[in-house]
Ligand binder design. Structure first.
Ligand SMILES: [Zn+2]
Length: 95
């Protein structure tokens, strides 16, 4: 699997966009450890797509999914979809 959509930035503390997406919800809810929170903060500074993703992510639960599709790498959108789907299906209100 190639990672062509990732920025060409490598630092010791760099985490992949994928791992950022995985932790986005916890980040928004301030549920991360201080260390993880700082790691994501750093990632957002260096990674405009993820910054934009975070901005739109904060629209939840309105969730402008189409806007995300335009601005995010396709694989990140797919991951977000799966992630949100699991999250939504976890909500009792979806009955
Ligand atoms: Zn990123």
């Amino acid at each position: 699997m190639s990672d062509a959509n990732s920025p060409k930035i490598k630092t010791p503390e760099w985490c992949s966009c994928q791992s950022v997406v995985d932790r986005m919800l916890d980040y928004v809810e301030s549920a991360l450890s201080t260390e993880d929170q700082r790691q994501l903060d750093r990632h957002f500074k260096l990674c405009p797509p993820c910054r934009e993703f975070l901005r739109q992510y904060r629209c939840l639960p309105t969730l402008c999914e189409r806007a995300l599709e335009r601005s995010m790498p396709e694989d990140a959108v797919e991951r977000l979809r799966a992630f949100l789907k699991a999250k939504v299906e976890d909500e009792p209100s979806s009955r």
